[in-house]
Design a protein around this ligand. Structure first.
Ligand code: LLP
Length: 432
């Protein structure tokens, strides 16, 4: 079960903390985040995404998991930050994240968000489309600001992953296609704008990708496009951001990429191909989200009831739901499960692990072998660090769980559990 340990009482231990004690101190459902695991991942990226001949930068894609404590951790590890909304940007600003290391993304940035990014002097704005460029151009002119931008393009690479998280098929909503009529004129227009400094290109081909070949192909297509921009309109591309998407282990069927050896190959191919094409090798940037945080997270639930249907299906009901982990319901995502307070008990039967929400799609695990759970037992779900807390909702007016960071046997709360008061705090009583 992930990188976790079993202690002498047969309990799951994470970051040196007994999960049973965590449950009694902080309640359930609980997102437990192993701080060292995240720091190690950051270090693997920082140390291995380097090359003697190329400049590189690692940006954490904060949509995977963000709060003030996480911003501070990322700043402390020296990574940059990708934000995609005013809310993410606001969090980064409140955490005093270095502004110049913020990359502002999004396919439909509001005018107010663009103002916020410009006024806060973020490092890069990643322009998604022609309309957005025009709005940004007007804003910068009006307030006399200068901004540095990348343009998000779609290189048309098919990456094999879930349809909802694949981003560069030709009909994707993200970026402008490198094959579109007018793409050269558009880039020339950005490059000629007096308030906007065109730094380079961005593309992101999808998420939870295992094929190294997809990333290599992406890099090749992008370098060729850079060359043609050079030739056709004399525009210099200094930065090439290849996005995120590096797949991670959830269950045995996943085969994650070995990052250090892959990056060595990727960066040396970029260097080599740039030389062959006769272009100045761009600085290369990547934006991992999931692969920084997913394995560091565990969700802890308490068992309410179990049930065996007339047809013989075994259910275990936990006190969380699709509201704190939408991924199985939305993408058919898989996780591993265990009974955190009975780690040494033999798994004997298949159980469907399901939550409290009023719908049959509220499945956390379709079928997983466990010892027969009793009321009050704790179910732990592995690898829930990415896109769980960040995608949580209040469906059925459930309160969002707390988040605790654990390290060296100590736990600290980084997001408080929501209360019923939080649930109604924006409701307006029209009678009152
Ligand atoms: N950069 C851009 C522009 C992105 O759109 C994304 C993810 C990333 C970086 C980070 O990708 P990662 O390294 O995390 O794969 N909610 C889905 C994943 C959506 C990913 C959206 N964009 C899930 O739970 O699987």
């Amino acid at each position: 079960f992930g990188t976790m340990e079993i202690n002498s009482e047969g309990h799951l231990e994470i970051g040196g903390c007994d999960s049973v004690s965590l449950a009694s101190e902080y309640g359930t459902p609980l997102y437990i985040v192993d701080e060292k695991n995240i720091r190690n991942r950051c270090r693997i990226y920082k140390e291995s995404f380097t090359s003697e001949s190329l400049q590189t930068e690692v940006i954490y894609a904060s949509k995977a998991f963000l709060n003030i404590a996480m911003c501070k951790l990322i700043a402390n590890e020296g990574l940059s930050l990708d934000v995609v909304s005013g809310g993410e940007l606001y969090t980064a600003i409140k955490a005093d994240f270095p502004r110049q290391k913020i990359y502002f993304h999004g396919n439909n940035k509001l005018e107010s968000e663009l103002y916020m990014a410009v006024e806060n002097n973020v490092g890069r704005i990643i322009i998604d489309n022609v309309n957005e460029f025009k709005v940004l151009s007007t804003i910068t002119k009006n307030i006399g600001a200068k901004v540095e931008v990348l343009l998000r393009v779609n290189p048309g690479i098919e990456a094999y992953t879930h349809e909802y998280i694949s981003t560069t098929k030709s009909d994707s909503k993200f970026g402008e296609s490198i094959f579109a009529d007018g793409i050269y004129d558009f880039i020339k227009e950005i490059n000629d704008d007096p308030n906007i400094s065109f730094k380079g290109l961005h593309s992101h081909i999808g998420s939870q990708i295992f094929e190294e070949g997809s990333f290599l192909e992406q890099a090749t297509v992008m370098l060729k496009f850079i060359k043609s921009l050079n030739n056709k309109i004399g525009v210099q591309v200094n930065e090439l951001n290849l996005g995120g998407g590096f797949g991670i282990y959830y269950t045995e069927s996943d085969d994650p990429i070995d990052l250090p050896s892959f990056f060595e190959r990727l960066l040396s191919e970029i260097d080599e191909q740039s030389n062959l094409l006769g272009i100045i090798p761009p600085k290369v940037l990547i934006e991992p989200g999931r692969s920084i945080v997913a394995n560091a997270g565990t969700t802890l639930y308490k068992v309410g009831s179990t049930k065996t249907t007339y047809s013989g299906k075994n259910y275990v009901f936990v006190d969380g739901s699709m509201a704190d982990n939408i991924r199985p319901a939305l993408y058919g995502a898989k996780h591993e499960f265990c009974l955190a307070n009975r780690m040494n008990d033999k798994a004997e039967k298949d159980f469907a692990i399901t939550g409290k929400c009023c719908e049959s799609g509220d499945i956390l695990g379709k079928s997983f072998k466990l010892a027969k759970p009793n009321r009050g037992d704790l179910v732990a779900v592995s690898s829930t660090g990415a896109y769980n807390y960040s995608m949580a909702s209040n469906y059925n007016r459930l309160t969002k769980p707390a988040v605790v960071f654990v390290k060296d046997g100590k736990a600290k709360i980084v997001v408080r559990r929501e209360t019923y008061e939080d649930i109604i705090k924006n409701d307006v009583d029209i009678e009152g």
